[in-house]
Design a protein around this ligand. Structure first.
Ligand code: TYM
Length: 322
């Protein structure tokens, strides 16, 4: 039976360990919304190819990501979990959409501009990334796409592409909306810049106690003493700490009376307490690989059901079926 709940679609790339930017910026929303939304959460392994990962690393990262999803609290009874590569229609729809977008339009994408600034020759996969992402979102009649702020433009591109297709061939695609929570749209890393693997400033979501301790000890602080008055909202450490403890009491302590050394000790404990139940869930699934496999097979079947219908409608609308 068709669900009457709004359709939610999102996912992450399997390109290394998740961090608390991924968690608070996106994954937590996936978990929080799984009861109220008809949710599809996938592993964007085709998107990961743009970085040409070694085969074994891609396989390991993919396996880790599904465990991370489950550990963080996604319930396979409520959410359809699948791998992008298990649904061939993502690539098929990308090819169709490639003909509706222009080169200058894709050249305006932030991610492309960033890649170009760093590297002389950007591969075609990186250039076409937003079109594949539009296909992901649009195949599933998506209403909302929970993401961090860095993905806003990609969802806008998906909306544009849906509009272009609908104008040209008839209304086949819903126009999706990004869901970005202002308080967590950019989670800072240990140096105060956006938390990101490429900046080396992450706190890993499923790190060991030692790794968490090391990352927290590296958070940038200033030289003010514990009894000097401070504005907590300007402190990197408080911006991170408040994610785990949003109480007024903690904020007051940061204003005056709490030294950075003690604050870091508290934060380490708060993070470890926070992840302990998640680690237990993750360990359970890690010990049951057959169950994980089955979750992905069932997810792929459900996703394919919807995606195949959509791609056939598209093929029909554009004259690829007779
Ligand atoms: P990815 O794998 O880079 O990141 C996954 C999610 O984490 C969010 N995020 C952050 N949010 C707040 N603060 C941060 N410091 C931070 N770092 C990361 C990202 O905004 C994202 O929501 N292109 C996507 C994957 C993708 C996708 C899709 C997402 C492919 N197709 C379709 C939604 C719908 C990406 O690379 O995310």
């Amino acid at each position: 039976m068709e669900s009457t709940k709004p359709r939610l679609f999102s996912g992450m790339k399997p390109t290394g360990r998740l961090h608390f930017g991924n968690y608070f910026g996106a994954l937590k929303q996936f978990v929080d919304l799984q009861d109220t939304h008809d949710s599809f959460i996938f592993i964007a392994n085709l998107h990961a190819l743009t970085g040409l990962p070694a085969k074994d690393k891609l396989m390991q990262d993919t396996h880790d990501l599904i465990l991370d999803y489950l550990g963080a609290g996604l319930d396979p009874e409520k959410v359809t979990l699948f791998k992008q590569s298990d649904v061939l229609a993502h690539a098929n729809l990308t090819w169709v959409f490639n003909n509706l977008v222009t080169v200058p339009y894709l050249m305006r994408a932030h991610a492309f501009k960033d890649a170009e600034a760093k590297k002389a020759e950007v591969n075609v996969g990186t250039f076409d990334y937003p079109v594949l992402m539009a296909s992901d979102i649009l195949l599933y009649n998506t209403d909302v796409v929970p993401v961090g702020k860095d993905q806003k433009q990609h969802v806008e591109y998906a909306r544009d592409i849906a509009g272009k297709f609908n104008n040209q061939y008839g209304e086949l695609f819903k126009l999706p909306k990004e869901l970005i929570l202002e308080e967590v749209e950019v989670i800072p890393g240990t140096d105060g810049q956006k938390m990101s693997k490429s900046y080396g400033n992450i706190i890993p979501l499923f790190g060991t106690d030692e790794e968490i301790t090391k990352a927290v000890m590296g958070i940038t602080t200033d030289s003010r003493g514990k009894d000097e008055e401070k504005n907590p909202d300007e402190l990197v450490i408080y911006q991170i700490h408040k994610l785990f403890n949003g109480s007024e009491e903690l904020k007051a302590q940061y204003t005056k009376g709490l030294g950075y050394g003690d604050a870091k000790k508290m934060l380490i404990k708060d993070i470890i307490d926070f992840v302990t139940p998640m680690r237990a869930r993750r360990d359970y699934f890690a010990a049951n690989p057959k169950l994980v496999q089955q979750i992905l097979v069932e997810g792929a079947m459900k996703a394919n059901d919807i995606a195949m219908k959509k791609i056939f409608d598209v093929y029909e609308a554009i004259g690829l079926t007779q």
